[in-house]
Design a protein around this ligand. Sequence first.
Ligand SMILES: C[S@@+](CC[C@H](N)C(=O)[O-])C[C@H]1O[C@@H](n2cnc3c(N)ncnc32)[C@H](O)[C@@H]1O
Ligand SMILES: [Zn+2]
Length: 269
Amino acid sequence: MSGLQVAQGLLACPHCGGPLAAHGRAWHCPVGHSFDVAKQGYLNLAGGPEPANADTAAMLDARARVQDSGLFGFVEQALDDAAGPAEGGTVLEVGAGTGHYLAGLVERRPTARGLALDVSRAAARRAARAHPRIASVVADVWRGLPVLDAAVEVLLCVFAPRNADEFARVLAPTGRVLVVTPSARHLAELRRDYGLLGIELDKHDRLLDTLGARLRHRASTTHDTVATLQPAMIDDLIGMGPNAFHAPPPARAAERVTLSIRLDVFVKA
Ligand SMILES: C[S@@+](CC[C@H](N)C(=O)[O-])C[C@H]1O[C@@H](n2cnc3c(N)ncnc32)[C@H](O)[C@@H]1O
Ligand SMILES: [Zn+2]
């Protein structure tokens, strides 16, 4: 099995919640709602226009260059440690972007399958190619996850929106949710020098309040690295995030940059 086929028995119809099954180039629920597989190999279950904050192809290219450079290897390591020892199971990444973190986790778990979910079609195209054991769908996390109840052992949410009710619904009884958010020090030098949008300082409290209302908070750790980055990499770091929408000036000099994230683990309440 590869690509979308790995999602057999996992997807739910966005209209009625019934189980979706593949029949040729389309997926159907028992009531007859039907969704065609895009020629790039993903399934569009969103059924509406992309919101303004969906990642663009240019943002995804920049993100892929940064991730391929290994700069965020410390995040991959932290996720791997927090995901636990399970060999297999279903791993869902919400707001998956390129599918980089999901692909890494699935690769290191030989019988695992992955589901990449993103509201951006450009992201879904990329994630569909990220790993043979990853299925890729377009969906809006705020309109409900097109996933059956209690079907997910590990749910990743890395710099992406969080829907507490839906995370709790799709999580298996022994599953865990891993949430990565930027700490206040993340990219502090770039924010200072390039006037980037600030990182909201109350974000961690808000995370604990919103997800903590539906899930049990188990652990919180911070992970940092400092790297000297060339101008092209600085441009990519800026261009892969929300600041891409505000076009700051191109970087001219190499700079020491701090990357700092918080990883929170939640389990079933
Ligand atoms: C900052 S990027 C992070 C991508 C990836 N997790 C990573 O760290 O490389 C946020 C992602 O969330 C997606 N996103 C934004 N709003 C969303 C929504 N309502 N539903 C699903 N995905 C969404 C964006 O398209 C983008 O790919
Ligand atoms: Zn249906």
